[in-house]
Design a binder for this molecule. Structure first.
Ligand code: ADP
Ligand code: MG
Length: 392
């Protein structure tokens, strides 16, 4: 939907008023490489996508904050002074969580507003529509209320809204990528220090194709906790030789090779190898992206998938099949699972001339082999949160 169409819908819903309606936007995100590294002190390399959440917002003359979305039927009007007293279990918990966090920071929303959201990120597919919703809300309120729109602070505030108010325990990567992304750039991010760097990633005649396996995830939490324990176990063993080590991903590949025999449990050893080698791959990816060597980057994506499949064991049959079929298409430079695994999405780098064929052939083969219907989204790398001015 164009901004103009959305503005028309806004007027249909709320009517005309003397106040100015302003338009804000935040993207979804995908992690390009660097999986299961965030809690191991390693790097991730996400990018903002070219689709996202648009928000039109206009001040009102009373104390009501009125929420509506073109995506979901639930609507609500709340008094900003009685904010956050009860969670609704509806989508407005995300923006209300943001308002609660603003209030905690002594930047309360101080007047009534009408809001209309429109998202074109598939919900619940792992492309972070929730982070997009939070970040666009935080940015809009801070802009309208004259607060500081520092995008690093906005990502932290939005993460707290999701963790504390909504009650979903997620790391910082999603909100960070959504808030700080930049067109034709990936974001090299160290999750615990928030040290980051924008890395040029000009996809040119290649497109990112995100494939949703539509596989329902099961047991994710218990497997995730198990992986974390295994990483802690490996870290404790390496620390005997390297006492200053605080995270597994700080190990160089050479250090890993020198001491890995001290880990008796072969599974724990494999987990640690994934962490160390994946972190190396992220840094190597940054090097090749700087010289625009997309072919080598694609190879790192493929290697990352194998490591997640065989060493870290967080893939699943559906993800493996989708990746395998993707890699068969001649215009595919690389393909891997993205996100925590056990279901969710794949990301592939595909030549634009082969995208149609990719979607058709990978889709058909995936359905034949799994009985599930995959979905595919084609996109480039877009900007992080911003105010949209003008009418396009
Ligand atoms: P993901 O972040 O992977 O897309 P989540 O389950 O974390 O999945 O977040 C999806 C939820 O976010 C939706 O169920 C809905 O409550 C909310 N949401 C996202 N985008 C919108 C939107 N445009 N309008 C209303 N609610 C939205
Ligand atoms: Mg989410």
């Amino acid at each position: 939907m164009s901004t103009q169409e959305l503005k028309r819908k806004f007027i249909e819903k709320y009517g005309e008023s003397g106040e100015e309606a302003r338009v804000f936007y935040a993207p979804g995100r995908v992690n390009l490489i660097g999986e299961h590294l965030d809690y191991n002190g390693g790097y991730v390399l996400p990018a903002a996508l070219e689709f996202g959440t648009t928000l039109i917002v206009r001040p009102r003359s009373d104390n009501k904050v009125v929420f509506a979305s073109t995506n979901l039927p639930y609507e609500a009007s709340i008094d900003y002074s009685g904010l956050g007293s009860a969670k609704s279990g509806e989508w407005i918990d995300y923006p209300i969580g943001v308002m609660v966090e603003l209030k905690k920071k002594d930047l309360p929303v101080s007047r009534g507003y009408e809001l209309l959201y429109h998202g074109d990120i598939p919900n619940g597919s792992g492309l972070s529509s929730s982070a997009s919703l939070e970040v666009v809300t935080a940015f809009a309120f801070l802009t309208l209320e004259g607060g500081d729109t520092d995008t690093v602070e906005i990502s932290l505030l939005s993460q707290r809204a999701e963790n504390q108010y909504v009650g979903v325990n997620s790391g910082i990567m999603d909100q960070f990528a959504v808030a700080n992304g930049k067109r034709d750039h990936a974001i090299l991010l160290m999750c615990d220090t928030l040290e980051y760097e924008l890395v040029p990633f000009v996809t040119g005649s290649y497109k990112l194709v995100i494939g949703n396996t539509n596989k329902k995830r099961g047991l994710v939490d218990s497997k995730y906790n198990e992986r974390r324990q295994q990483c802690d176990e490996a870290l404790a063993i390496f620390k005997k030789q390297l006492p200053s080590l605080s995270y597994l991903a700080e190990l160089t590949v050479e250090q890993f090779e020198a001491y890995q025999a001290n880990i008796e449990d072969g599974i724990v050893r494999s987990r640690a190898r994934h962490v160390v080698e994946e972190n190396r791959r992220v840094l190597d990816s940054v090097q090749v992206l700087r010289i625009n060597d997309l072919k080598q980057f694609g190879q790192y994506m493929n290697d990352s998938h194998l490591s997640l499949r065989d060493l870290y064991e967080v893939s699943c049959e559906e993800l493996d099949i989708m990746v395998e079929e993707a890699q068969r298409i001649p215009g595919t430079l690389g393909s891997r699972m993205t996100g925590a695994g056990f279901g969710g999405c794949t990301v592939s780098l595909v030549h634009e001339d082969d995208v149609e064929r990719f979607i058709r052939e990978v889709g058909e083969a995936y359905t034949t082999r799994t009985g599930l219907v995959g979905e595919f989204y084609v996109c480039g790398i877009g900007n992080g949160v911003e105010e949209l001015k003008g009418d396009n």
